[in-house]
Design a protein around this ligand. Structure first.
Ligand code: GDP
Ligand code: IMO
Ligand code: MG
Length: 422
């Protein structure tokens, strides 16, 4: 069987967690391929909300095996908190969760380095989630990192001390002040959590996944963040530190491009962004505020207010191109119910010229040009497409025609059940 990929096409928080949970019942395995505890994937099942950071969103489906791939960075403290939260719901997580030995670890000092880097940048800060993501990936590509597999080796403590010692020196050189007592307590807690991870299934997941593909198992690869936060193709430097696009699934799981099936791209009926960086269609007015309030646009990981704006078609088309998206999921349609007018950016004006391409230099002024649509008002309770308001169908058809990919899933609320599959 081919592996399907599900990923975000905007600046993250598109609703990936919800869709993975909805679809997971059709798969044998859900595998996260990149990112770490910077992600916050929200699932609402029978009125109860769950936020996942490192654990794949298939965890609430009893028959689904969940894999944390080699492309993910794991913070043992945050990971164990998540495990405990899920165990408290009566789920035997150790049975249904596998970790790649090649996944890198986020050390307590990585978090400090993240904070130190952001402090040094001042006004130019990335707006990182301060989870230590960038320093952990820097150690990975710098060939200094510690991996899950290392915790199973005898010399782990020495390796840890060497890397943490190097980080402490870097922090001292940067003049970054932090509470040493709190740090020592954190280090101890971190080691205790590492000891717990040793008891879990830590394996060479690339063999597990490729064997599963050969055996005809159905796999869904779950992305974190979104294409506009991709390390290569996002709004650099205001991006995360991993490959959030389709190719990242091959790298982050150890599966070949020829094994990829559908690429399902998730996007909101509008746009949001949390953290710094350019956002061409951002609404800094009452409309943006209204979207934020109705959509409860506050970060699942940091609680920060998300910036809101209209749907940006040039950016969406680019993300579809980069990922080879074969089907689309339009999320949070209900949030726009109360709007008499809904707008979509069809192209930009850059340097006085009309274009559909995002300029390389994102500090250039990008003026969005909008097409206006009549709002659709209240949505019916029924999850039948035929019963959806004509205005919504017009909006959907316009987007589909513009991007050339069908919208096969519509989401009209946070609950698992508030989903329409066409
Ligand atoms: P992810 O990071 O892509 O998984 O998305 P997040 O969980 O960070 O953010 C999406 C938010 O929107 C969560 O609070 C979801 O519960 C919520 N959500 C998802 N789909 C819908 C929808 O169709 N309508 C509404 N109102 N909320 C939704
Ligand atoms: P999910 O998977 C939205 C943003 C941060 C910041 C930038 C870099 O829930 O969609 P980092 O901590 O990665 O160094 O931060 O990326 N960011 C996200 N924004 N959703 C996410 O994940 C994000 N993960 C990181 O706000 O601007
Ligand atoms: Mg999120």
């Amino acid at each position: 069987m081919k592996t399907d990929i599900l990923l975000g096409l905007q600046w993250g928080d598109e609703g990936k967690g919800k869709v993975v949970d909805v679809l997971a019942g059709q798969y044998d395995i859900v595998a996260r391929f990149q990112g770490g505890p910077n992600a916050g994937h929200t699932l609402e099942i029978q009125g109860k909300k769950h936020v996942l950071h490192t654990i794949p969103s298939g965890i609430f489906r009893e028959k689904v095996m969940n894999v944390i791939g080699n492309g993910v960075v794991i913070d043992p403290i945050s990971f164990l908190e998540e495990v405990r939260g899920i165990e408290a719901l009566g789920i035997n997580i150790c049975k249904n969760l596998i970790l790649s030995k090649r996944a890198h670890l986020i050390l307590p000092t990585h978090r400090l380095l993240d904070a130190s880097s952001e402090a040094q940048k001042g006004k130019e800060k990335i707006g990182s989630t301060l989870k230590g993501i960038s320093p952990a990936y820097m150690d990975k590509t710098g060939r200094n990192g510690l991996r899950i597999g290392d915790i199973l080796e005898k010399d782990f403590s020495t390796k840890y001390a060497t890397l943490a010692g190097k980080h402490l020196q870097m922090l001292s050189l940067a003049g970054y002040e932090f509470d040493k007592t709190v740090f020592t307590e954190n280090e101890k807690k971190w080691m205790d959590c590492v000891a717990f991870i040793r008891t879990m299934q830590c394996i060479d997941t690339e063999y597990y996944l490729n064997d599963a593909i050969k055996a005809g198992k159905r796999i869904l690869a779950e992305g974190a963040q979104g294409s506009l936060l991709d390390i290569d193709f996002g709004s650099y430097p205001f991006v995360t530190s991993s490959s959030t696009t389709c190719a990242g699934a091959c790298i982050g799981l150890g599966i070949a491009p020829s094994t990829i099936g559908e690429v399902e791209g998730v996007f909101k009926a509008y746009c949001t962004r949390v953290g710094s960086g350019p956002f061409p269609t951002e609404l800094l007015d009452d409309i943006g505020e209204k979207i934020c309030q109705i959509g409860r646009e506050f970060g699942s990981t940091t609680g920060r207010k998300r910036r809101c704006g209209w749907l940006d078609l040039p950016a969406l088309k680019r993300a579809i191109m980069l990922n080879g998206v074969t089907k689309l999921d339009m999320m949070k349609i209900d949030v726009l119910n109360e709007f008499d007018e809904v707008k979509v950016c069809t192209h930009y004006i850059v340097d006085g010229k009309q274009t559909e391409q995002l300029p390389y230099n994102l500090s250039t002024e990008i003026k969005p040009v909008y097409k206006s649509f009549k709002g659709w008002g209240k949505l019916p309770e029924s999850m039948e497409y035929a019963k959806m308001p004509a205005e919504l169908k017009t909006y959907i058809k316009f987007v589909e025609d513009a991007v050339g990919v069908p919208i096969t899933l519509l989401s009209v609320g946070p609950e698992r059940s508030q989903t329409l599959i066409r």
